[in-house]
Design a protein around this ligand. Structure first.
Ligand code: SAH
Ligand code: DHB
Ligand code: MG
Length: 228
């Protein structure tokens, strides 16, 4: 038996999990991915283990109202929306109309279109419309759009979350970009996000580094505390 390469180990472990814990497959998510591939969309969706983490967390809080920033083809959206009760709703925001079209098709095929409200446009333009409509308070928020606005999206959503709600931000480490000695705009924004969280008394938050087939990254998870 050849010696394991340290560098390859995270991807090998992901492959092992794919053949054991996830051996039953995930027909809905695989179908969504196949249509994303056919449309030539980039492979930047969450991993299957992370999609399952989103599901676990949505079920843990008994989510009825979910907000997502960054739909792409709706892979993560489907993982969350299928945990909703019949009267539950997920609002998802996507900038790119061609990506939104693929996502809509995926929601139809997954039988989830009636629970998912997809809004096309830059999230900073869409949020005031949601506000004007009086969107109800959220139980779960998944932030996975343009990383430089993660803190802005977090702050907007936090004001509209119930105590006990969870906010989950993807890509908060970005191959260590967060500690880049010569930070670019995204790197600075990722740093500022952590500093912002440290000063936000309404949440208890943590950031966890991750490895796997998708490389070195991480996520931030926060729970909304009781507050006035
Ligand atoms: N959550 C998806 C992946 C999202 S990838 C999944 O895991 O399956 C990030 C998405 O955010 C891209 O599709 C990109 O077009 C979108 N995006 C980028 N900037 C945005 C903005 N300002 N407002 C809304 N969506 C944006
Ligand atoms: C990439 C990964 C992501 O999870 C994402 O939301 C956006 C981009 C990337 O690897 O480029
Ligand atoms: Mg992401």
């Amino acid at each position: 038996m050849t010696r394991r390469s340290r560098q390859d180990t995270p991807a090998t472990v992901d492959a092992f999990l794919a053949g054991t814990l996830f051996a039953g497959g995930d027909a809905e998510l695989e179908a969504a991915l196949a249509r994303a591939d056919a449309a030539g969309l980039p492979r930047i969706e969450v991993s299957l283990p992370q999609a399952r983490l989103l599901e676990v967390l949505c079920r843990t809080v008994g989510a009825r109202r979910i907000l997502e920033f960054g739909t792409l083809a709706g892979y993560s959206t489907i993982a969350m929306a299928r945990t909703l009760p019949d009267d539950g709703r997920l609002i998802t925001l996507e900038y790119d109309p061609s990506r939104a079209a693929v996502a809509r098709e995926n929601f139809e095929r997954a039988g989830l279109a009636d629970r998912i409200d997809l809004r096309v446009g830059a999230a900073l333009d869409t949020l005031p419309l949601l506000e004007a409509e009086g969107a109800a308070r959220f139980d779960f928020v998944f932030i996975d759009a343009d990383k430089s606005n993660t803190a802005t999206y977090f702050a907007w959503a936090l004001d509209r979350c119930r105590p006990g709600a969870l906010l989950f931000a993807d890509n908060s480490i970005r191959r260590g970009l967060i500690v880049e000695p010569e930070p670019d705009a995204t790197s600075s924004a990722l740093r500022d996000f952590q500093a912002y969280l440290a000063d936000e008394p309404r949440v208890s938050a943590t950031t966890i580094q991750t490895v796997g087939a998708k490389g070195h990254d991480g996520f931030t998870l926060a729970v909304v505390l009781d507050h006035d």
